[in-house]
Design a protein around this ligand. Structure first.
Ligand code: ADP
Ligand code: MG
Length: 327
């Protein structure tokens, strides 16, 4: 199983940031409202994620570490309506096959915490009692220690960490209902308290996109039929030549979508010079039946069934807001 898992890991685990992505998505799926992340040496030495989510029961720990074991799909019909982020049941098995992974967890209703670790070629899982508050911690030590070819592809600690930081920034801008902490080599890099009020959300945007963005962006909210667009858009006169915050979310997922980017550019239109970059943090909510999110395996692309309609709605919602900002 180790070899099979390592091959699967080749698809899931490219670099430390992809490990962090999988683990954080599990924490979000578990309903966590607090996620603390410790990184050492860009993640190659240590990735530790602690959440206060629903936890994993003692008797489920072994299963959580085995391949194609997911608690998130009951039957094939569920596939059509996946709302959780992960569903292939591959991440933990893959990551533990290319690192020293320890899983410690305690569901709220369980008297004590338990810890699991898979080791060796047969990936035998050992389980023992541990101390842990309600929730889950996953420690990934020495990533790729047993796959030297993969380890060689890692860039500098600084670069690897910057990918992790970017990922957390992206997630923190879409999950204001979660408090985030990110540390690198024992230093606090991000400390983002829960942001459940308009004021607190504004503060978080200032922390993540900068004060200038927070002060010179207009908050918009606009709906049309099954679509709703909300978020912040930067006043044209405040747009700089280096790109600042440029984030688009569709139904809560970050997307790099051509159609949306095109619509945003069109809305700014003549208001920007060739050098100026738009700034935006936008959330499009649309009836799930109107989109396919699995066009691209990394799920950064989306296909809208009524592409023209979505495009024109975004252009008109943003043009209105920008026209007001320009006054
Ligand atoms: P998937 O997310 O695709 O189901 P994973 O390999 O990422 O598969 O995780 C396997 C299982 O372990 C999940 O289905 C879930 O039951 C459990 N799990 C993993 N991480 C957590 C967590 N942080 N909190 C609660 N359960 C978790
Ligand atoms: Mg998962």
């Amino acid at each position: 199983p180790q070899l099979a898992n390592q091959i699967a890991a080749g698809e899931v685990v490219e670099r430390p940031a992809s490990v962090v992505k999988e683990l954080v998505e599990n924490s979000l799926d578990a309903g966590a409202s607090q996620i603390d992340i410790d990184i050492e040496k860009g993640g190659s030495k240590l990735i530790r994620i602690r959440d206060n989510g629903s936890g994993i029961a003692e008797q489920e720990l072994v299963l959580a570490l085995s391949r194609h074991a997911t608690s998130k799909i009951g039957n094939l019909d569920d596939l059509a309506q996946i709302t959780s982020l992960g569903f292939r049941g591959e991440a933990l098995a893959s990551i533990s096959s290319v690192s020293r992974l320890t899983l410690t967890s305690k569901p709220a209703g369980q008297a004590a915490a338990w810890q699991a670790q898979a080791e060796g070629r047969d990936m035998a899982v050992t389980v023992k009692p541990a101390a842990h508050p309600d929730g889950t911690s996953i420690e990934v030590v020495d990533l790729f220690f047993n796959t030297p070819a993969r380890r060689k592809f890692l860039r500098t600690d600084k670069t690897e960490f910057s990918h992790i930081d970017e990922l957390i920034k992206r997630l923190a801008l879409s999950r204001f209902d979660v408090s985030w902490q990110l540390n690198h080599n024992g230093q606090s890099v991000r400390r983002l308290p829960l942001a459940n009020s308009d004021n607190a959300r504004q503060k978080r945007v200032a922390l993540l996109c900068g004060k200038a963005f927070a002060e010179q962006a207009a908050y918009i909210e606009n709906s049309y039929g099954v679509m709703k667009l909300s978020g912040w858009i930067l006043a044209p006169q405040a747009c700089q030549s280096q790109p600042g915050c440029q984030y688009c979310y569709v139904n809560g997922r970050m997307m790099r979508d051509k159609l949306l980017n095109h619509a945003i550019r069109q809305a700014y239109g003549e208001r920007l010079t060739a050098e100026q970059q738009p700034g935006f943090v936008l959330y499009l909510q649309i009836t799930p039946a109107e989109v396919d999110v699995n066009v691209h395996p990394a799920k950064h692309e989306v296909r809208f069934h009524q592409a023209r309609l979505v495009h024109d709605f975004v252009v008109s919602a943003l043009s209105d807001a920008l026209a007001q900002l320009a006054n």
